[in-house]
Design a protein around this ligand. Structure first.
Ligand SMILES: Cc1ncc(COP(=O)(O)O)c(C=O)c1O
Length: 431
């Protein structure tokens, strides 16, 4: 409940109310978004935001840490247990800083990282030429062998690894609808002496629920993740690692065994200042929720919903990258499906209150700002309680809008139907 802002700052109050309405009335299909629980929201808006806590529990630079130490220790314990990790750093301010902190912990300028090709699903922080990381480090690529099945080309991955001698082999993606063979990747990493890192930002909730494979079970050394996607927490990140946890205020040798300490030292004092303790409070709550049986039920429904939406889209003649999905997301080829592009379809859907994000398709001939694909995901609408039946209806609307993208009248009619359906499934924390 917002009680003060209305009087003290009506502008900001009105923006918040407007956003509440937009979220309530609209259909959220952006694969990286979700709705947090009222408890997560409550923890986020607390007095922990007032506190400076540079350092780590028991080793801070400022006084007054009685409750921040307890809080951060609980967050660390919950994260370790949920993901079967030896160590957890809960301080990264978001997913991109978490990945940068790992690079700073392990790499020297000029070192090589082998990551997923960006048009095949890799994320900007895996070495897009527009990032500073790409100026500092040498990023080389692996791809899918077969874009019809989504299988990664592990032979080529091994060939590139042996040639380029990467210091990190990185599994992870923002737009890949299938699962990795982590054992194969780890074997290649071992062969060339690389650290095996997984950026599971998109699928952390599905791994926490035990529905997708946990890279640690295949010997991976590091996992990074955002906390705000399928994990359904506030905007933040975790760096999980295997190895010996030492004193983060003391320098240690650069060995794989010391990765937890190297990572702690990299996050602070290497890269960041004070952690955002209110965010850590909300992350702690989200990790507690993710350990409960109800979360597993939720995660199972995300997968069922994604399969239902993908099948309906394909039945209606849409082309999906890899012809389906094993996780929460799918990428629709808008050129093949509608003779259009991802940007145009994104704009048309937005007019009907359906929010999705344009995306590249493998080896996309179109530019990233106006790519061939559209990425769709089910985590958010599953949180609102929608099931397979609604997913199929949404798929039909997506196709109808895409085929009639210049027909304002038709789009306005669907907008009304979209809104009616959304209002039956409330957003947690919004009245
Ligand atoms: C795989 C992956 N890693 C990292 C990030 C970056 O996270 P953030 O936007 O919180 O910096 C994202 C965000 O979409 C992502 O998908």
């Amino acid at each position: 409940m917002i009680t003060h802002l209305k009087k003290t700052d009506p502008n900001v109050y009105n923006f918040i109310k407007g956003e509440e309405k937009r979220q309530k009335n609209g259909m959220e299909l952006i694969a990286s978004e979700n709705y947090v629980s009222p408890s997560v929201l409550e923890a986020l808006g607390t007095v922990f935001t007032n506190k400076y806590s540079e350092g780590y529990p028991g080793k801070r630079y400022y006084g007054g840490q009685e409750f921040t130490d307890k809080l951060e220790s609980l967050a660390i314990e919950r994260a370790k247990k949920l993901f079967r990790s030896d160590h957890a750093n809960v301080q990264p301010l978001s997913g991109a800083p978490a990945n940068v902190a790992v690079y700073f912990a392990w790499l020297n300028p000029g070192d090589t990282v082998l990551g997923m090709d960006l048009t095949h699903g890799g994320h900007l922080t895996h070495g897009s030429p527009v990032t500073y990381m790409a100026k500092l480090y040498n990023f080389v690529r692996y791809k899918m062998k077969d874009v019809e099945t989504g299988e990664i080309d592990y032979d080529e991955l091994r060939r590139v690894a042996k040639k380029e001698k990467p210091k990190i082999i990185l599994a992870g993606f923002s737009a890949y609808p299938r699962e990795y063979d982590y054992a194969k990747m780890k074997a290649i990493a071992d062969e060339v002496g690389a650290v095996a890192m997984a950026d599971m930002a998109h699928i952390a909730g599905l791994i926490a629920a035990g529905l997708l494979k946990n890279p640690f079970d295949y010997g991976f050394h590091i996992i990074t993740t955002t906390t705000h996607k399928t994990l359904r927490g506030p905007r933040g990140a975790l760096i999980l690692s295997k190895g010996t946890v030492g004193n983060p205020l003391k320098q240690v040798e650069k060995t794989i065994e010391n990765l937890p300490t190297l990572i702690d030292r990299s996050v602070f004092p290497g890269f960041q200042g004070g952690p955002h303790m209110n965010t850590i409070a909300a992350i702690t709550v989200a990790l507690g929720e993710a350990a409960k049986p109800a979360f597993k039920t939720y995660a199972k429904q995300i997968l069922k919903n994604a399969k239902a939406m993908a099948e309906e889209l394909m039945d209606l003649g849409c082309k999906l990258v890899t012809n389906g999905t094993d996780n929460h997301l799918m990428v629709m080829d808008c050129v093949t499906s509608f003779g259009s592009n991802g940007k145009e379809i994104e704009v048309a859907l937005d007019k009907a209150g359906i929010t999705a994000s344009k995306s590249t398709i493998p080896d996309d001939p179109l530019p990233p700002y106006s790519p061939s694909g559209l990425r769709l995901g089910t985590p958010a609408m599953t949180t609102r309680g929608m099931k397979e039946k609604q997913m199929k209806q949404i798929a039909r609307w997506i196709v109808e809008i895409s085929q009639n993208r210049n027909d304002e009248k038709k789009i306005n009619k669907i907008k009304k139907d979209v809104q009616d359906l959304c209002l039956k499934y409330p957003v947690p924390g919004i009245k």
